[in-house]
Design a protein around this ligand. Structure first.
Ligand SMILES: [Zn+2]
Length: 367
């Protein structure tokens, strides 16, 4: 009889193991006890009861943050055993920061959008009505956005959706200022002027060969620092220079023309892969280099090709010789850079390496 009384007066055995957090709506627990049931409470309020074994606590109604879970087992003689376990509940989506250099851009330029979150997060970026692929960089993620020449100047919303590992979602926004550029005007075009001297099927084939290269998703950035000029010469037609049709429509030059005597080597502006090296309508002998993350550079009107498709090239490797093949009025290199399928000013790439976020600042919560 005596041993029975001693046991009855001792508090019940109780051991509780809580799965590592943070947790969102449910907290898995394992209860070992010789009591029939135990109660659990937080913040001074009893929340429910558990039976021995594996169970789940419903914490969806509790606030985001750290709570102390209190488990208590009780015998019929009112002896109580209590175990306290701290638990972190995560009910909020990630907070997202935007790089300082991502807040203004000129028409026709490349905008690096740097994003950073306060916890591991999957980010979705929408800017200028398109979702933009993001790639990891030191301290965050980056998208390169080609801002079309014709983008309306003024503020444009940049929206980010963030989802953390637990499924909590948040939406953020910031205003990006697109600055107008006073593009050089070089004269009127006759309304009837079409690509008459080039057969339309050839133009279509040229586009069909180029477009998939522009759209390729190569996750690795192959460039390192700013681009180098592919050839020294006279810049005869700058990127963005336009002619105007009688009805007011503008035709902008989507690359930089550099004139020089024929036969001079044309060099790779950045390391990359030769994705196209062949004679094409309009462009003549043309080379397209893929640099990864949506960046492609192009070299047109070459007198001769010096590389084969599929080859890896380093910065400064010879791609071919300067010439006047295709639709060209004299020996020159038509040098272009395309970012995210949009032709951008290649001259910006000579002075910018797009690796520096310039610090991060919070975005605003999106409605
Ligand atoms: Zn050109």
């Amino acid at each position: 009889m005596l041993w029975w009384r001693l046991l009855a007066c001792a508090p019940p055995a109780l051991d509780v193991v809580v799965a590592d957090g943070p947790h969102r709506h449910r907290v898995p627990v394992t209860v070992r006890t010789d009591a029939a049931q135990i109660a659990w409470a937080t913040d001074g309020v009893e929340r429910g009861v558990l039976e021995p074994g594996e169970g789940v606590l419903d914490v969806a109604g509790l606030a985001h943050g750290v709570h102390t879970l209190v488990f208590s087992a009780r015998t019929t003689l009112s002896r109580t055993a209590t175990v306290e376990v701290p638990v972190t509940l995560d009910h909020e989506g990630p907070a997202v920061l935007l790089g300082a250099v991502s807040r203004r851009v000129e028409q026709g330029h490349t905008l690096p959008v740097f994003l950073s979150a306060d916890e591991p997060a999957e980010l979705r970026l929408v800017f200028l009505d398109r979702e933009r692929p993001l790639y990891p960089v030191e301290g965050g993620q980056r998208a390169l956005v080609g801002v079309p020449i014709r983008t309306e100047p003024g503020p444009h919303p940049l929206v980010v959706e963030a989802v953390d590992a637990l499924g909590n979602t948040s939406r953020w926004t910031a205003s990006v200022e697109v600055e107008p550029v006073d593009w050089p005007f070089t004269g009127k075009l006759p309304l009837s002027k079409k690509t008459a001297e080039v057969a339309q099927p050839d133009v279509e084939r040229m586009r069909a060969e180029r477009d998939p290269v522009y759209a390729e998703d190569l996750p690795e950035a192959r460039w390192d620092g700013p681009a180098t000029l592919p050839v020294e010469g006279t810049h005869t037609s700058a990127f963005g220079t336009y002619r105007e049709y009688p009805d007011g429509r503008r035709s902008h030059h989507d690359a930089e023309d550099i004139a020089r005597k024929p036969g001079v080597p044309v060099l790779a502006a950045m390391p990359g892969t030769v994705r196209l090296a062949r004679m094409q309508a309009v462009h003549g002998n043309a080379v397209l280099l893929a640099h990864g993350q949506g960046v492609v550079s192009l070299y047109s009107h070459l007198q001769a090709l010096g590389v084969e498709e599929g080859r890896e090239v380093a910065r400064g490797d010879t791609l071919g010789l300067l010439g006047s093949t295709g639709r060209s009025t004299g020996p020159h290199l038509h040098w272009g850079i395309v970012v995210d399928e949009v032709p951008v000013d290649p001259m910006q790439w000579l002075t910018t390496d797009f690796h520096d976020a310039g610090g991060y600042a919070p975005m605003e919560a999106a409605p």
